[in-house]
Structure formats: structure tokens, C-alpha cells
Design a protein around this ligand. Structure first.
Ligand SMILES: *Cc1c(COP(=O)(O)O)cnc(C)c1O
Ligand code: SF4
Length: 339
């Protein structure tokens, strides 16, 4: 009997995970975005120059939460490149929070006692107009570049570091395999007690919270805190609630940090709604940040006097645990500075 020679084994082409497809499928054309919202009339205020400096990028699930036909939609305002960004503003620069000085060239930023922040990646699923990232593509400065070697060596050598913060960019834009590679080496450092992840993905790309990620989280040897980033109650929907519920199911503590942004959340109603909506999804408010003075973001600024008035009104209205701390990051400080 003649048997056929076995077929050479082909690697089975695996489709990219669903979240990566959703990530790639993000809207990148400001005019397409406006058109899909019935806002073609706004196209004249779009700045091609601003979009060339820092492109529009917004996942379709986030677009779906924008209100059709509303030029003042608080989610739209966070992502649309406007002419206002190109107006020079005094006091607004490229390195607003002194990271240039604090960065050691390894992807680790150590500014505060006991904590080391790891710039895990420069990638993000969304481009927020007020972000310092608009001036730092970070291509050379992420800890992933060197296979974490230098970053991990630094943390290992400093026994005062008890908490590692994964930040970026957005650390959850890394694959599960890459994340596991990192935490496997961190797990060998005896003085680490806590892991914190700063990510906007549960809000802007909830597809990311899939089984593989949850399995990674559940297997970590430390208590894990995930600080999400939502600035407005409308950023939550059923898909976000479900993602946050799964994270809590994996034992993750959920906190929110928001940025106080003119035209987005600079009224008591919006801030109270944000705290209450987040809490309903299992998230406690943590920080309300005064804007970093990043060139291109001046039109989002709320002055300190108004910020304090808003914060006092919020505190007078909500349960204490629903009131975020109002802070500003000041270069050279030993922690976030309360206002
Ligand atoms: C914000 C920040 C932290 C964390 O500060 P917490 O007050 O603990 O949230 C740590 N390292 C750096 C470099 C930071 O910017
Ligand atoms: S998600 Fe965070 S890091 Fe990414 S662009 Fe927005 S503010 Fe910047």
C-alpha cells in the first residue's frame, strides 16, 4: 500500500485577536468622523496642521457613544484636531511635567518614593488632544525596546521600590504575551508588593478585556490596581460596564483619573455624573487632574480658581468617597500637588 508523504506542517495562520482588529479599524479621518455624526458643517474648524502633528485616532466603539448632531459633544471634543491647537500659548511647552529630566533613558520614571513608573509602550488606542504624548511618540524610550532588561535591572537594584506602575502610552495595548514576559521577570523581584496599571483601554476599547488578559491578571502574584481614565459619564456604556465587571471579577481594584477639561467636564453636574456613573460600574474616583501645560492644549484649560470652586461644590454634593482629589503635577515635586 502506498501512503502519501505527510504534508509539511504549515503554521496555522491565527487571526489577530478581535481587540486588535477593532484597534486597527479606528477612525483616522476627521472629516469621516464629522460626517458620521452629521456634523459636516464643523469641518472648517478642523486643523490639518494639528492632525499632521498628532493624528486623529478614535475607536469606532467610542465614536458610537458620541451624540449625533451635537457639535459640543464632550467625547468628540477630546479627539477632534481643531485650529485652536495651533495658537501659541505662553506657559505651554513640550515637556510640561518634567519627564525629560526624570527619565533615565530606560523607560523608567522615578519621581515619587516607593514607586517606579514603567513606560511600557508608546502606543495608545486613542489620541486625546490634551495629551503630552502629542509631542513624544516615545519610539525610543519604551522599556519594551530592550526586552525590559535595563528597566527591570533598575527596579531590582532599588529595594525601596514597592510598587511598579505600568504606563505609557497604554500598557494594555501590548499583547498578553508581552505583558506576561514583563511580569514574569518582575515577579522575581522580592521587594515588589503592588502592581498598578494605568490604562484608558477598558473605556475606549473594552474589547481588550478578553479571556487571555483576565487570565494574565488573575495569575499575577501581587494585588493589582487598574487606574482607568474617563473624563465624562457618556464614556461608559454597556460594553464598558461589562469590561469593568470582568476586571473586578479577576480581583482588580478599579480607580478613575480624569482631567479637568474646558468644554468637556468643567461643570459640577458633569463631574458628579462622572463619579456616580463610574461608581455604578465599580470604579472609585481617584484624581481630577489640572491639565498639564502641553503645547496645543491651552483651549482646554480651566483656571485654578474655578477648578477649586468646582471641586468644593462637588465635595458639598457627593459622598466623600465619590470626590476625586484635585491635583496638579509639578516638575520636581515629591507627589501630585493638591490644589
Ligand atoms: C503620577 C505618578 C505616580 C503615581 O502617583 P500616585 O500619587 O501614587 O498616584 C508615580 N510615578 C510617576 C512618575 C507619576 O507621574
Ligand atoms: S489614552 Fe492617555 S496616554 Fe493615550 S492619548 Fe489619551 S491621555 Fe494620552
Amino acid at each position: 500500500m502506498i501512503t502519501a508523504a505527510p504534508e509539511p506542517r504549515q503554521p496555522v495562520p491565527r487571526p489577530a485577536p478581535r481587540w486588535q482588529q477593532a484597534w486597527r479599524d479606528a477612525v483616522r479621518d476627521p472629516r469621516e468622523l464629522l460626517s458620521s455624526l452629521g456634523l459636516d458643517a464643523l469641518a472648517g474648524r478642523v486643523s490639518d496642521e494639528a492632525a499632521a502633528q498628532f493624528p486623529l485616532r478614535v475607536p469606532r466603539g467610542f465614536v458610537a457613544r458620541m451624540r449625533h448632531g451635537d457639535p459640543h459633544d464632550p467625547l468628540l471634543r477630546q479627539v477632534l484636531p481643531l485650529d485652536a491647537e495651533m495658537r501659541p500659548a505662553t506657559g505651554y511647552g513640550l515637556d510640561a511635567v518634567g519627564d525629560g529630566a526624570a527619565r533615565t533613558g530606560t523607560g523608567v520614571i522615578q519621581k515619587y518614593r516607593g514607586r517606579a513608573l514603567l513606560v511600557a509602550t508608546g502606543s495608545c488606542a486613542i489620541n486625546c488632544r490634551y495629551c503630552f504624548r502629542r509631542h513624544f511618540p516615545y519610539s525610543d524610550e519604551t522599556a519594551a525596546r530592550e526586552g525590559w532588561r535595563e528597566a527591570v535591572a533598575l527596579i531590582r537594584a532599588d529595594t525601596g521600590v514597592e510598587e511598579v506602575l505600568l504606563s505609557g502610552g497604554d500598557p494594555l495595548s501590548l499583547s498578553n504575551a508581552k505583558l506576561a514576559e514583563l511580569t514574569d521577570v518582575l515577579a522575581e523581584i522580592p521587594h515588589l508588593r503592588r502592581l498598578r496599571i494605568h490604562s484608558r483601554l477598558p473605556v475606549v476599547l473594552p474589547e481588550r478585556i478578553e479571556d487571555g488578559l483576565l487570565a494574565w491578571l488573575a495569575g499575577l502574584p501581587w494585588p493589582v490596581t487598574l487606574v482607568i481614565h474617563a473624563n465624562h459619564a457618556n464614556e461608559f456604556d454597556d460594553s464598558v460596564d461589562a469590561a469593568l465587571g470582568r476586571l473586578r471579577g479577576a480581583g482588580v481594584h478599579l480607580l478613575n483619573q480624569a482631567v479637568l477639561l474646558r468644554g468637556v467636564n468643567d461643570d459640577v453636574e458633569a463631574l458628579a455624573d462622572l463619579s456616580e456613573r463610574g461608581f455604578a460600574a465599580g470604579v472609585l474616583p481617584y484624581y481630577l487632574h489640572q491639565l498639564d501645560r502641553v503645547a496645543g492644549a491651552a483651549h482646554f484649560e480651566v483656571d485654578d480658581a474655578r477648578a477649586k470652586t468646582l471641586h468644593a461644590a462637588l465635595a458639598a454634593r457627593l459622598s466623600g468617597y465619590l470626590v476625586p482629589r484635585l491635583v496638579r503635577e509639578v516638575a520636581g515635586d515629591t507627589g501630585k500637588r493638591p490644589l
